[in-house]
Design a protein around this ligand. Structure first.
Ligand code: CA2
Length: 142
């Protein structure tokens, strides 16, 4: 099983600020953890990060025919992007949304997710472990 793992804006800044909310691990640590987990679960992963909404949309479109599922942390675009929602609906691949923090217990605007409308599951508040939980979910719900 091939999973495209997408990360949205500012996640490349992980570990540099707000460790109380997002943890002290860096984006490189996140990638290493995801790759290690994928190896253990016998999955193939392609892990990417972009600060640009259109680039994320293009990568989702390209997943059609090249990936079996998508794990996405759309970061701030979670709460604003109909374009990412539409791309996920268009490719119609099983998708899981991940958030490092518990978005349900933060500001009101973080409780709204457009992307979740196209996802089978939302994992929030588990830090980088949430990416592994999302991969496990997709493995057992193919
Ligand atoms: O909890 C999550 O994973 C979020 O997707 C992270 C986004 C935030 O906008 C979402 O509401 C929840 C923010 C990612 C930026 O992360 C930072 C990293 C270092 C310093 C500041 C922000």
């Amino acid at each position: 099983m091939k999973i495209l793992i997408l990360n949205g804006p500012n996640l490349n800044m992980l570990g540099l600020r707000e460790p109380d909310i997002y943890g002290s691990q860096t984006y490189d640590d996140l990638v290493a953890f995801v790759q290690q987990s994928a190896q253990e679960l016998n999955l193939q992963v392609d892990v990417r990060q972009s600060n640009h909404e259109g680039e994320l949309v293009t990568w989702i479109q390209q997943a059609r025919g090249t990936a079996d599922a998508i794990v996405i942390n759309p970061a701030a675009y979670t709460h604003t992007s109909v374009a990412i929602l539409d791309a996920l609906l268009a490719v119609n691949l099983p998708a899981v949304e991940v958030h490092l923090s518990n978005v349900h217990a933060r500001e009101e605007f973080r409780r709204v997710s457009y992307c979740a409308m196209a996802c089978k599951q939302v994992v929030a508040g588990q830090g980088i472990q949430g990416y592994r939980a999302a991969m496990e979910y997709l493995l057992t719900n193919q």
